[in-house]
Ligand binder design. Structure first.
Ligand SMILES: NC(=O)c1ccc[n+]([C@@H]2O[C@H](COP(=O)([O-])OP(=O)(O)OC[C@H]3O[C@@H](n4cnc5c(N)ncnc54)[C@H](OP(=O)(O)O)[C@@H]3O)[C@@H](O)[C@H]2O)c1
Length: 340
């Protein structure tokens, strides 16, 4: 899986590979988020979105792989395990795909999991079973909510790594301070922190503004950008009169504020031969040095999102988006879940 390093630092390509520290795993500059796969509550599978089916998911999977977008992000909790099961079925249907695909999943470190060591090992084994694979390419701590120390968490990750259950280890929603702490705890055990997955988009620039991206760069940690389309808002298809379905709380802002950002995305997209707002929003993140993992429910979305690489906007256009972007919120969720 260890491909060449980035071949052209100016125009990102799907074939570029970014190494994950402490492993021989490498990832493309863009991935796919799979929270919606098997999820009814937020994403409407088997509920409000009748067009989201295992068949539309298979098409999104195939289109992504065809385009070279081979990083898939899931979690033990997505769809109560169904997202991992769907990925397991997709891999089983095409055994050759395991060689090409990078599977990232997550451990939920709920505060009541006091014995984090045995809880993490059991969770990793559960994920492996649902995914039907021998080793997880990137195993992430889902959020900074454990009551146990960074040392205890690093020890558990190191045990999973030593047992060959996981190849690279990462975190999610960690602040810069927490990122440094767990990276240090991992280094003391001969491991490295490969990634920190945070909400980063034109509707939440906080990770850039508070120095989290700089911290990741300094430590060699890859920042993965989740909800990079503001849960669909930056695609431009939602408006005040057609708001996104309820429950999409990441990237949530009054639609009038979102519209200003989308208008800039449209202007820039038009200047680049009709790139869509989604493609421009994702390209902005790639230019910032993050790896966006947009959710895709079908072939069209997957193909479109893959078109965020293979081109690059002008510095002046990036600056216009910087000016239009929104900082994000500081509320109860930020205190509990989103430290980064
Ligand atoms: N670590 C964490 O705490 C955390 C939190 C949230 C997400 N994540 C990860 O990040 C991934 C992505 O975030 P997300 O799914 O919340 O939000 P997102 O990627 O910003 O938005 C995804 C949704 O936008 C719509 N969409 C996607 N591409 C589109 C396109 N080209 N044109 C039009 N609409 C499009 C689809 O929904 P509709 O078609 O229904 O609008 C899709 O499900 C997740 O799947 C998950 O893997 C992690």
């Amino acid at each position: 899986m260890g491909g060449p390093l980035v071949s052209d630092p100016v125009v990102p390509q799907a074939s570029d590979r970014i190494p994950l520290a402490g492993s021989d795993v490498s990832i493309p500059p863009l991935g796919v988020g799979t929270w919606a796969w098997g999820d009814k509550g937020t994403w409407g599978m088997g509920g409000y979105d009748q067009s989201l089916t295992e068949s539309s998911i298979r098409e999104a999977w195939e289109a992504s792989i065809e385009a070279g977008i081979v990083l898939f992000d899931t979690a033990e909790i997505y769809g109560g395990g169904e997202s991992e099961r769907i990925i397991g079925r997709l891999l089983a249907a095409d055994p050759g795909s395991r060689e090409r695909v990078v599977v990232a999943t997550k451990f939920m470190p709920s505060p009541w999991k006091v014995n984090v060591h045995s809880a993490l090992l059991a969770a990793a084994r559960g994920s492996l079973e649902r995914l039907g694979i021998g080793s997880i390419d990137l195993y992430q701590i889902h959020g900074p909510i454990s009551l146990r120390s960074h040392d205890a968490m690093a020890e558990a990750l190191a045990a999973a790594h030593a047992e060959g259950l996981v190849k690279a280890v990462g975190v999610s929603n960690y602040s810069a301070k927490e990122t440094r702490a767990i990276d240090g705890a991992l280094r003391r055990r001969g491991l490295r922190l490969a990634s920190n997955q945070v909400e980063f988009s034109l509707l939440r620039t906080m990770p850039q503004r508070v120095g989290l991206l700089d911290c990741c760069r300094e430590l060699g940690v890859v920042p993965l950008a989740y909800s990079p389309l503001g849960q669909g808002r930056l695609s431009g298809k939602y408006s005040a009169s057609n708001p996104p379905p309820k429950g999409r709380t990441f990237g949530a802002h009054p639609m009038a504020e979102v519209d200003t950002v989308v208008a800039e995305l449209r202007r820039i997209g038009e200047a680049h031969g009709g790139r869509t707002p989604s493609q421009v929003a994702l390209a902005w993140l790639v230019a910032k040095g993050a790896v966006p993992i947009p959710g895709a429910k079908n072939r069209d979305q997957a193909e479109q999102n893959a078109g965020a690489v293979g081109w690059r906007m002008l510095d002046e256009e990036l600056a216009r988006l910087d000016a239009a972007a929104l900082y994000g919120k500081r509320g109860i969720r930020e205190r509990i879940w989103q430290h980064g």
